[in-house]
Design a protein around this ligand. Sequence first.
Ligand code: SF4
Length: 444
Amino acid sequence: MKETVCLVSLGCPKNLVDSEVILGLLAKEGHPLTTDPSKGEVIIINTCSFIQDATQEAIETILKLVPYKKEGNCRLLIVSGCLPQRYGKTLEKELPEVDLFVGTGSFQKIPDLIVQAGKRKSYLSGQTFLYNDRTPRILSTPSFTAYLKIAEGCSRTCTFCTVPSIRGPYRSRGIHSILKETERLAEQGVKELILIAQDTTIYGEDLRDGTSLERLLKELIRIDGLRWIRILYAYPKSARFTDSLLQLIGQEEKICSYLDLPIQHIDDEILRRMGRRSKGQEIQDLIHRIRTFVPEVALRTSLIVGFPGERESQFKALLHFAEEAQFDHLGAFKYSPEEGTPASRLPHPVPQEVKEERLKILMQAQKKISLKKYRRMVGRNITVLVEGMDQQKGSLRGRIQTQAPEIDGCVFLKGKALPGDWVEARITQALPYDLVGEIKKILP
Ligand code: SF4
């Protein structure tokens, strides 16, 4: 009888897809799966480690699960993903309770490593594994939503980022493999497909065979059953947003009027020291072009405050930009110096309290923008994808096309519907980051 496995997935949706692949491979080998660590004979923590906070969360999660080796059924504690890939064999000393450390290039071997356990502790070699349509995968998202990883790694050199050193260079999946997987997901009932990579806009370029994001989208919209195709992680480089790509996004109903555009900053000097390949004016022109081709577009971005040397005037420029650009969704972060990155060696670090103050000011501005935008939706009838009961609110919750799962707000709903239902709802109230609505009818 194969051992029961419990997997805990940390970090971003790209890591979540890796976790789903690990679950698929284990199930194929006959391992029963559980979400209850007390029942796990093997416990796997698939970790994130791209910034200190994520590393901290990974270590806290590991230490919280170690007791199951003494008090629970756990025979084998495995740590996989970005933490072992980033910190390597040093972890063997720091976390002696862990039996196996498996990097991003070896997680596909976990079923075999469970059998061979004891020979050695760390498996850290090889490029990050990139699955294909024949790789078993068990979705951990609700059955009507799925992330689709279209490429792995990153070949850019942003000076604050550890991802290229952890995940390796950019590699696209073959377009046929992606289409086959998508057909299977659609047959399984997936309605919302979320395209992910470190940068979705350069998809296919490394294949040098004409494959591109635009070509992929044109193929994906032909697959029956899909209703929403969403693009995340679109690096803001103007050249990648061709008029024809923006036209396609603007005209195709299945492609969400939604773009996640991680901009990080707007000041040219800061952008240059961040190693970003765009200038401030180019970014503002790009936002204008996107809104010209996709008037209803919802834009999400992420911005960093407190990058080394950031003067008050440069922060003011960033704040002014955010107030002008009026993003629908904004994730702002305090700069985190990451060991081994060029930016961590830059002079003039910004004091912590100044970073916190700048973050607070930026998010206060965004809160006003988000509320004002949501107030304009009150009274409108909108299509909502019902996700299920929100335990905290005690009401149904769902999302509109301009809200991505996990990272954006939602719609709290009055009325009856089931998870996965599409409903028409009348928006009755705006909250700073969420909406409230009344279900009018269930849609086919
Ligand atoms: S584009 Fe820059 S920030 Fe994004 S993963 Fe690549 S190196 Fe990191």
